[in-house]
Design a protein around this ligand. Sequence first.
Ligand code: TRP
Length: 432
Amino acid sequence: MTTRVLTGVTTTGTPHLGNYVGAIRPAIEASRKADVDAFFFLADYHALIKCDDPARIERSRIEIAATWLAAGLDPERVTFYRQSDVPEITELNWLLTCVTAKGQMNRAHAYKASTDINEAAGEDPDHGVTMGLFCYPILMAADILMFNAHKIPVGRDQIQHIEMARDVAARFNHTFGQGRELFVLPEAHIEEHVATLPGLDGRKMSKSYDNTIPLFEGGAKAIKDAIARIVTDSKLPGEPKDPDNSHLVTIYEAFASAGEVAAFRAALMAGLGWGEAKQQLVQLIEREIAPMRARYEALMANPEQIEELLQIGAQKARAIATPFLTELRHAVGLRRFNAIAKPADHAEKAKAALPLFKQYREADGRFYFKLTSHDGRVLLQSAAFDAGRDAGQWVGKLKKEGAAALNDAPVSLGDGIAHADVAAALALLAAE
Ligand code: TRP
């Protein structure tokens, strides 16, 4: 089974080397796995929460798009789009807002951090807090649930948001699903083996510490200049250095093979000067980044090309979002009036008399489904599933493929039911 993995990047800044090592590179690697169906999007609605400078929003969106493409994201393979090109996401945002407890949003870390600062400063707790910031986690839940993503690779600061998305999904399923799981419950995925890259001063590389190494901005020279500013101890060339106590080595390790790391460490212990070590680090980083920089510059010189790729991505995303949203609108009661059942309407009665799939959960905590005939006889009974999603997928497959899917489906025929009865019932459903 493929896992749907979804990643969003808020488009407020310009990517630096720490973003590349900590997020971009591992995400692109993961997207190449055969069993992964990857979704990448530019969270540009989220950007509006943090930034009211249109020029910066515009610049950041294109820079981030070009960066991911230059770093090897394959838009043919993954679904790559801008959040603001998929209006279904904001519509879903509202449906979710209506089932989200305000008290839960009061406890969101990002919001709490703002009110804590205000309180410490003797201000009104909500001073400067927009409704966008307050509702941030709901929009994020909409991003995730719109595509029924299973796995969300995030940093630790985002775990609470994924938990909130799960809660909202569960509440929506419970309220409107009528036993069906409309939404998959997403899980946060923390990349344990990806180290955070230290910045020039040894603290985590971050724009707010002003200790970053640029990725593409300013070209090779900017990388070289930043590396020249990496803080080291004052040992002279010829003096042995301690590689375990140098963040320059940690940065080196993020780009080198095991053999190169061993040689570099040995050279430092043998007295390699810091100036020379920095030159080697520049070369090492350039080996990986220079070819990407060339692609980045070509893309930035050609915005129409990026636009076209993102338009194709939006189409792919909407091919999923549009029908799903129709289903969700129906589930909450926003239905076309001509779909309302009229008691005297024979066609509607006939519809009500169709065979029916039911998904449910037993006291054993496991998930099941069954197919019943119009008069309530059990035609098919499923085995137990650990995940409701799996039960749902079999139902989908049986509906779509009919009797052909019966061979490998984990189901048994009801008492006194023949294979042909089931095949006929499935055919009736398929004709619907
Ligand atoms: N909040 C995320 C961040 O700041 C960005 C984001 C928005 C996101 N929507 C998302 C991440 C959905 C994952 C899934 O990093």
